[in-house]
Design a protein around this ligand. Structure first.
Ligand SMILES: Nc1nc2c(ncn2[C@@H]2O[C@H](COP(=O)(O)OP(=O)(O)O)[C@@H](O)[C@H]2O)c(=O)[nH]1
Ligand SMILES: [Mg+2]
Ligand SMILES: [Zn+2]
Length: 312
């Protein structure tokens, strides 16, 4: 089989596994092929470039019969979400449940911080609405609204609330679904794209932690120009690197500072005199705890602190 070495195609990385990249071509190739399994030109990895799901890439050395090719360059990125690692996402949905598993507000906040660090629009999704009363959901929706987030109450089992969510997602080119395991992320994608039939796991045992069924990040189309990313669940996202910039990841702090700034520019918002934020807000305890964790970590890892400060 002759391989055309010159022909170049552009596409979107929709999945990666080990050293292979699944690339969805922006236009159909020979024999109607639209997906290629690719390796990556060694020069790219030598330069330290890392291909992520969501990257726009250029491929060549295409073997249309075997559906294989080689990635030769990566396009510029508009955003990067660190964990799950996804490039060019335009929205994050943090999915949680109030029951099976129970909601842990601090865990939800850690997911929100990761999404904030990527500077993306964020929504909270309360799944499994079939398992709790409307009043309880409403209470939580009001609470996260005060934190600064819009939310959706849905059930991927009964279909409740899905229509509104689908409409919302169609306006975004790449939405990433993240959240703890077992909350129904894969089930949600299955209900949004019924022909998909992704594997779902059941919530296991007394600990009510989900079994990790989804092992890789993968993109699926809701519409031709609106992709959605299923991601493996993980239960404790890392905090961002810098204590100084932690506050900026809380909408409550951002909004307060826009109205009136703190007396000192390097204020860490711990309720000191001259701080414009104060301590009378719902997530203050979580904020303080996260700040202390970061300060403690940086004290015991001075090298990583220096590295973080340089943005390496
Ligand atoms: N009652 C109820 N169960 C759900 C709903 N969505 C998902 N589940 C169940 O929750 C479990 C975990 O689902 P899965 O999609 O694998 O969660 P993931 O780990 O977040 O991807 C499975 O047993 C699903 O059947 C829902 O809306 N209501
Ligand atoms: Mg899953
Ligand atoms: Zn302050």
């Amino acid at each position: 089989m002759k391989i055309d070495r010159q022909q170049k195609y552009q596409g979107l990385v929709i999945a990666l596994q080990a050293n292979f990249y699944q690339v969805l071509l922006n236009q159909l190739g020979s024999y109607g092929v639209n997906e290629l399994l690719c390796t990556c030109r060694t020069r790219l990895t030598q330069r330290g470039e890392r291909i992520c799901v969501g990257d726009q890439v250029e491929v060549e050395s295409i073997d249309w019969k075997q559906r294989r090719a080689v990635v030769v360059s990566i396009g510029p990125r508009s955003s990067i979400l660190k964990r799950p690692m996804v490039a060019n996402c335009t929205r994050t949905l943090v999915v949680v449940t109030l029951n099976e598993p129970n909601l842990n507000p601090d865990q939800l906040s850690r997911f929100l911080l990761t999404a904030e660090a990527a500077d993306l629009p964020i929504d909270v999704v309360f799944n499994k609405s079939d398992l709790v009363t409307f009043a309880i959901i409403q209470q939580w929706q009001k609470r996260v609204y005060k934190w600064g987030y819009a939310s959706f109450a849905i059930s991927s089992r009964t279909g409740e609330g899905l229509h509104k969510l689908r409409k919302h997602l169609k306006t975004s080119s790449l939405s990433v679904i993240c959240g703890p395991s077992g909350v129904g992320k894969s089930s949600l994608i299955n209900s949004l794209i019924p022909k998909l039939n992704l594997k779902v796991g059941s919530v296991s045992g007394r600990l009510q932690r989900g079994r990790h069924t989804t092992r890789h990040v993968e993109l699926f189309p809701i519409e031709p120009n609106a992709m959605i990313a299923d991601t493996p669940g993980f239960n404790r996202p890392d905090l961002p690197d810098e204590p100084q910039s932690l506050g900026w990841l809380f909408p409550e702090i951002r909004y307060a500072i826009i109205k009136r700034s703190c007396r000192f520019r390097n204020c860490l918002h711990q309720g000191d005199l001259g701080c414009a934020i104060g301590i009378e807000w719902d997530r203050y305890r979580f904020y303080r705890q996260s700040l202390e964790e970061l300060l403690e970590f940086n004290k015991s890892n001075p090298v990583s602190f220096i590295r973080n400060r340089k943005g390496i």
